[in-house]
Design a protein around this ligand. Structure first.
Ligand SMILES: Cc1ncc(COP(=O)(O)O)c(C=O)c1O
Length: 407
């Protein structure tokens, strides 16, 4: 049976209390059946370091890591699991791609819907005079025009970086259209799929994506401390310099970083317990969970139910960003006359409804949506949320509105 994000409850100040967890864009919870058991199995019965030693436990740990690699490759439509470079999170993957690819004098095109995990490394490189940067503005309904991205490409453009699904408003960008325009100009496209992987179908070659950054702990439903940079089957890995150099367990005789994938990009011991969980979560996602398309449709359905019910019953409810089109389960909103941080606090304290308030690490997106600097309240519906929880969240918002002291 699928776990419930209400009945599982939470530990807080030593007491267990029921929550409605709507913060799946930060990290997903609960995790699918089998994830905890897979992690416990590794920790209790395997324990060894993969690829480091010749004994059977090390080989078993290697098989666990390979299972995670294969699962992520399957999810991204990539043939070779060795093109799945494993790391701690999407931020690592984005930095590995950006710092690994760019050279002095390069030009980069990105969009105003990017997360700070894209905009900060790019801004730092631009500030140091290494690159020049064009940020293509998005519209107030969360969309980026593929033609505007294509028009920003110059002869010096070495990389286009595009957010697949907004962590602020849930808008899904037409990455295949952008990818095909990039391919026509022979410019690699890096897609930040932190919010889309697991909830929006990915097929790197078909969508024209050269590099794809994923978070294992969000839509892939795995544990925190997992992520991957996935290289498309036709991307030439020699174009990428590794972010870290060091021990890989392979070619120990050489003082040079091994050239072979994935070792070249995976120095240091991996989070094997986390990857055991990730292999199990993606197995569930692609099997019993019904796959990214079905999960994404359900999450977007919960978002639509929430918006309709809140608009009908919560005085002053204001949706921020798109109402229709291609969407995930992420929704941003405000309630007239209430601060988003106070509202988030009261939802938690008084109703056990867990959302997130503020800028969500994406200030440029809020400028495009007209909600900078106060930001929004964000609910992110996940794989295990229910219609009942949508009703509970809306009822909580309505109750807080009713109990507001009169001005
Ligand atoms: C769009 C987007 N990109 C990147 C990240 C960074 O992900 P991680 O926390 O796995 O580094 C996030 C996290 O919320 C995100 O929403």
């Amino acid at each position: 049976m699928a776990p419930s994000s209400r009945s599982a409850g939470s530990e807080r100040a030593g007491a267990r209390r029921e929550v409605v967890y709507l913060d799946n864009a930060a990290t997903s919870w609960p995790k699918p059946p089998g994830v905890v058991a897979a992690m416990v199995h590794y920790l209790e019965a395997v324990g060894a370091n993969p690829g480091r030693s010749g004994h059977h436990r090390s080989a078993e740990a290697g098989r666990i890591v390979l299972a995670a690699r294969r699962a992520v490759a399957a999810l991204c439509g990539v043939q070779s699991p060795m093109r799945v470079l494993l790391g701690p999170n999407a931020t690592w993957a984005l930095n590995q791609a950006i710092a690994g690819l760019l050279q002095d004098g390069d030009h980069v095109v990105t969009t105003s819907f990017e997360h700070n995990s894209v905009l900060r490394p790019l801004t730092a490189l631009a500030g140091a005079g290494t690159i020049t940067l064009t940020v293509v503005p998005g519209s107030a309904d969360g969309r980026v025009d593929p033609d505007a991205v294509a028009a920003a490409i110059t002869a010096r453009t070495a990389l286009v970086v595009v957010n697949h699904a907004s962590n602020v408003c849930g808008a899904v960008q037409p990455v295949a259209e952008i990818g095909h325009r990039c391919r026509e100009r022979a410019v690699p496209l890096l897609v930040d799929a932190a919010q889309s992987a697991g909830a929006v179908p990915l097929d790197l070659t078909r969508q024209g994506i050269a590099l794809c950054a994923v978070a294992g702990h969000k839509g892939l439903l795995g544990p925190t401390g997992t992520g991957a940079l996935v290289l498309a089957d036709d991307f030439e890995p020699d174009r990428l310099r590794p972010l870290l150099l060091g021990g890989t367990g392979s070619r120990s005789d050489s003082l040079e970083q091994p050239a072979v994938l994935p070792d070249r990009f995976e120095s240091g011991t991996l989070n094997v317990a986390g990857l055991a969980g990730l292999a199990a979560s993606v197995e569930w996602l692609l099997g019993e969970g019904g796959g990214p398309e079905a999960i994404g449709r359900r999450e977007a359905g919960l978002r639509a139910e929430f918006v309709a019910l809140a608009e009908a019953t919560v005085p002053g409810f204001q949706l921020v960003g798109p109402r229709g089109g291609d969407l995930t389960g992420v929704v941003s909103f405000r309630v007239a006359g209430q601060s988003v941080s106070d509202l988030a606090q009261r939802l938690d304290d008084e109703h056990g409804v867990l959302g997130r308030s503020g800028l969500h690490c994406a200030p440029a997106a809020h400028r495009a949506l007209g909600t900078f600097p106060a930001g929004t309240l964000r609910f992110a519906f996940g794989a295990f949320n229910t219609g009942e929880q949508v009703e509970a969240a809306v009822a909580a918002l309505a109750a807080i509105g009713e109990r507001r002291p009169s001005p």
